[in-house]
Design a protein around this ligand. Structure first.
Ligand code: UD1
Length: 419
């Protein structure tokens, strides 16, 4: 077991490149199952969830090799349609393999993803849409047994909520299905557009990604391609948060300002100066932070739930009272008790968190509760007086490639130790 040991009150200053997006890489790796050939995926982050996806691909009969930031996937040997339960448990978002395996193999068997750190993670929308496309799905003893008989067919699907995972699963099931699929009220996240761009490069016919309706005309076969994963907008927000909470100055390379249109104004409202151009974002924070008006998490282009935990930590040091309303996941304030141990003044009730800014934070022994909640503890520790020990950091490793190396490069006093 490993921990992060952080001695705070060091300003985060400097320049850093943002790695590829976890939430884009995972569906892209799943989508490789639909191709017949070789995919060369560049800018693929070195994260435990990405390694878990590669293990699933290998289990299905693909060959995966990593060369630095590039992963090469040869899908010509795919022969299996089952994802073992231990791999499903390792990564809850492995459900995104369902549409891809079903689309390619005509059958799929995997275990129900169940609950996770963020609370229950239902997949009712995924299942109901796949059924509309001709899939037969039997749920028994935590297992999902899916088959398509004569094959999947196009359908007109209206999502009751713009779920990211459901949109991805339906897109993947539809690319090789017979006929046209129209999906309405889809998720508009940039990672959806990345998936559509990748599939189109492999020969799919998808239009409308980034908007509310996606149309997919089924094709017979997909081939491999060379693709570069989009930059991680939540990692970018994390570095900005680290600079803001420590009163530092940072320049991000390989970051897309357009993906952060709901987030950057919040930093400006706190009193940070931001300049952005092409794929760079510059933030400086030389004045005490100010509280902001209510932040409400929403599906994209609204304020992202994944950046909420980061802002919650940063606002703990802002002068005044800020209010956050979490509308996407019900269990997204679990790190608050740990933040309070560090001196934060945060009260939560249901979806709402009220953050009373404090002058000082103090180092403490704390435990990560989920990926973004864990990084929130690291941000608070960067600004805290004394030493903080963050445990359960395997959750942080799911989304950040060697966070201690990146933050050390920016001036933090942080090290990883094995217990
Ligand atoms: C993805 C992201 C996650 C992000 C979230 C919202 C990945 C790997 N994960 O998760 O980091 O926080 O989008 O931006 O990309 N829901 C249902 N039924 C369903 C599907 C979803 O009720 O069939 C609910 C969920 O419980 C949740 C909400 O819809 O309350 C949003 O979930 P969804 O957009 O599907 O998130 P994920 O794809 O799981």
């Amino acid at each position: 077991m490993q921990k992060l040991v952080i001695t705070g009150e060091k300003k985060i200053n400097g320049e850093i490149s943002v790695h590829g997006a976890k939430n884009a890489a995972l569906p892209l790796l799943a989508a490789c199952v639909l191709t017949n050939g070789i995919v060369t995926m560049q800018n693929c982050p070195k994260l435990s969830d990405v390694y878990a996806s590669c293990r699933i691909l290998t289990c299905l009969g693909c060959k995966c090799q990593r060369f630095g930031d590039t992963v090469k996937i040869d899908t010509t040997g795919i022969s299996k349609h089952e994802v073992p339960e231990d791999l499903m448990r390792e990564m809850r978002s492995s459900i995104v393999f369902l549409g891809a395996i079903l689309g390619r193999m005509g059958k799929c068997r995997l275990s129900f993803p169940g609950g996770c750190e963020l609370g229950p993670r239902p997949i009712d929308m995924h299942i109901s849409a796949l059924k509309q496309m001709g899939a037969e799905i039997v749920e028994e003893h935590g297992l999902l047994d899916c088959s398509v008989g004569k094959g999947l067919h196009g359908a007109k699907i209206m999502l009751s909520f713009p779920s990211v995972g459901a949109t991805e699963n339906i897109m993947m099931a539809a690319v090789l299905a017979k006929g046209d699929t129209i999906i309405q009220n889809v998720a508009r996240e940039p990672e959806i557009t990345d998936l559509a761009n990748f599939l189109n490069m492999c020969g799919a016919r998808i239009t409308g990604a980034g908007g509310s309706t996606i149309c997919i005309s089924g094709v017979k076969e997909l081939h491999g391609c060379d693709y570069s994963v989009m930059p991680d907008r939540i990692v970018a927000a994390t570095y900005l948060g680290a600079a803001a909470i420590t009163g530092g100055e940072i320049r991000l390379n390989n970051a897309r300002p357009s993906d952060l249109e709901a987030v950057l104004p919040v930093f400006e409202e706190m009193g940070c100066r931001i300049y952005s151009y092409s794929d760079n974002i510059y933030l400086s924070c030389h004045k005490p932070l100010k509280a902001v008006k209510t932040i409400r998490t929403m599906p994209y282009p609204g304020f992202p739930t994944d950046a909420q935990s980061i802002l919650l930590a940063v606002l703990s040091k802002a002068h005044g009272t800020s209010v956050i309303v979490e509308n996407i996941f019900e269990n997204r304030y679990r790190q608050v008790d740990e933040l309070v141990r560090m001196g934060c003044d945060i009260k939560t009730e249901g979806k709402v968190a009220v953050v009373e800014g404090v002058k000082k934070l103090y180092g403490a022994n704390v435990i990560s509760t989920d990926l973004r909640g864990g990084i929130a503890l690291v941000l608070a520790a960067l600004a805290a007086e004394g030493e903080t020990v963050v445990e359960n950091i395997k959750l942080i490793d799911r989304g950040y490639d060697k966070i201690e190396t990146s933050l050390s490069q920016l001036g933090a006093n942080i090290k990883r130790i094995s217990m």
